[in-house]
Design a protein around this ligand. Sequence first.
Ligand SMILES: C[S@@+](CC[C@H](N)C(=O)[O-])C[C@H]1O[C@@H](n2cnc3c(N)ncnc32)[C@H](O)[C@@H]1O
Length: 217
Amino acid sequence: MDNARFVDRLTAGCQSLGVTVAEDVGPRLQRLMAELLKWNAKVNLTAITAPEEVLEKHFLDSLAVLPEVTGAATLLDLGAGAGFPGLPLKLALPSMGVTLVDTVGKKVAFIKAAAASLGLQGVRGLHARAEGQPETEGIPRAEVLIARAFMDLPDWLALAPAYVEPGGRVVAMLGKQQTDAELAARAAERQLRVVSSRSYRLPFSGAERQVAVFAKE
Ligand SMILES: C[S@@+](CC[C@H](N)C(=O)[O-])C[C@H]1O[C@@H](n2cnc3c(N)ncnc32)[C@H](O)[C@@H]1O
């Protein structure tokens, strides 16, 4: 994909999702894509390798949750894989401190290399397994905790609150649609409340997604 098409698709995608990013985000996402595809040729980081799909399913899907994350001083992305959604969110919100955690060393090595190549300050890649004990795992708590394609919702709501600072919130990026009643029931099981929930469609494929935000009661 050439530069002009990348910028066009990014702009159209953001418009469709109702989010805005600064002008420098496009070129930096292009650099991130180049790094991802270069690494992926040697180590298996992601099954999504077609540039159009990387743009939609990794970059735009990550940026889709900007409304849920904007304003946070710190973000913790558990099970970040090749850096999604944490890296695109960091590019869009440069003053936010972002920690990305994964159990697979090569994925964390990629996150660190990509952050260095993009000159990103305030990004930490952490090779660790999140099992609910942040202190012993060496994982810092954050104002906002996020994960995509990491756990099903009940398991995520069981694990996540241990990693949230007082007054913070848990963001769940959901592939499978949940009703308001289902979300409220899952939240109540963990003494959480639903702060917000909304569905959206990826701009080009039309794939359905949902994002829900939870806080401690
Ligand atoms: C399906 S991938 C999703 C990656 C990324 N969030 C995305 O949406 O592209 C799930 C990731 O979680 C990591 N993972 C699984 N269990 C974990 C744990 N307990 N702590 C940290 N990472 C974990 C895996 O290594 C894998 O990279």
